[in-house]
Ligand binder design. Structure first.
Ligand code: IPD
Length: 267
């Protein structure tokens, strides 16, 4: 395993312990609201602190972009992109679908990725050019050819209702075009599940780099494609993402293209 990936795994497992311990007594977890329907808990913060401490002990000069503490001011070619608890709303409710997401970008390109599901002790990893793994096992995206047969994951707009009308139209179109549409509630884990072939595709808008950085490398290393709604690969900081096996991805882009953030804001 690449040494930088190894450190990321160590950080993710430490965070997972914090999350699992807290999940045993959810009534005691303190929750605050960042904005409407957008929550943060003391567990997100403790998890993030443990991750950053582990990474900085190994690589003191690397910079950080993390969901709760934002971007630090270190100047480095290496940036760790962290979601310490992706699926916070699920976690608060004891709905056990959430994960830790850690990616390393080198000069803006994601090269190492970990998505860790602490409930199932499932560790998804990828290093650029080296394939994607679930625990010790190599994973690949699904083989379906037709969107009509595909199980697709998504995320709904939930914060302030912006974009909800357009999303409702897109929801109808996608529902009629695929075999099933799911909203599990943790984008990083949804992407990891695309990589493992459990979902055939995924799309969401209003998303942040920390939600998708690690999962996107795991998908591409598993043989899938990732981009924005118009199919371009510069999605990381564009707030919209589509991922899937190559055949399903192409059919999803045809539906998603008119709904791209750029076209919707021009309308
Ligand atoms: C959220 C989850 C959710 C997605 C949101 C994300 P958080 O992450 O991934 O599924 O719909 O866009 O913000 O806030 O729980 O880390």
């Amino acid at each position: 395993m690449h040494p930088m990936l190894n450190i990321a795994v160590k950080a993710a497992r430490r965070a997972g312990q914090i999350i699992n311990r807290a999940s045993l007594d959810l009534d005691r977890v303190q929750v605050s609201k960042k904005q409407h329907n957008d929550f943060v808990t003391e567990v997100d913060k403790a998890s993030e602190a443990a991750i950053i401490e582990t990474l900085h002990t190994a690589y003191p000069d690397h910079s950080i972009l993390a969901e709760e503490s934002g971007k630090d001011d270190r100047e480095s070619e290496f940036q760790w992109i962290i979601d310490p608890l992706d699926g916070t709303t699920n976690f608060i409710h004891g709905f056990q679908y959430y994960c830790v997401s850690i990616a390393l970008a080198h000069k803006g390109i994601v090269t190492q990725a970990v998505v860790y599901d602490p409930t199932r002790n499932d560790l998804f990893t990828a290093s650029r050019g080296r394939g994607a793994y679930l625990n010790e096992r190599r994973i690949r995206v699904g083989k379906l050819d037709r969107l009509a047969d595909a199980l697709i994951g998504t995320g709904f707009p939930f914060r302030d209702g912006a974009g909800l009308d357009a999303y409702a139209r897109l929801f109808s179109e996608m529902t009629l075009s695929c075999a099933g549409l799911r909203r599990p509630g943790a984008a990083a884990l949804d992407l990891a599940n695309v990589a493992a072939g459990r979902l055939d595709g995924f799309f969401e808008q209003g998303i942040h780099a920390w939600d998708v950085a690690a999962g996107s490398l795991i998908v591409t290393e598993a043989g899938g494609l990732v981009g924005n709604y118009t199919g371009e690969s510069n999605f990381l900081h564009e707030n919209e993402i589509v991922a899937g096996n190559p055949k399903v991805y192409a059919q999803m882009i045809k539906i998603l293209d008119p709904y791209t953030r750029t076209r919707q804001s021009a309308a």
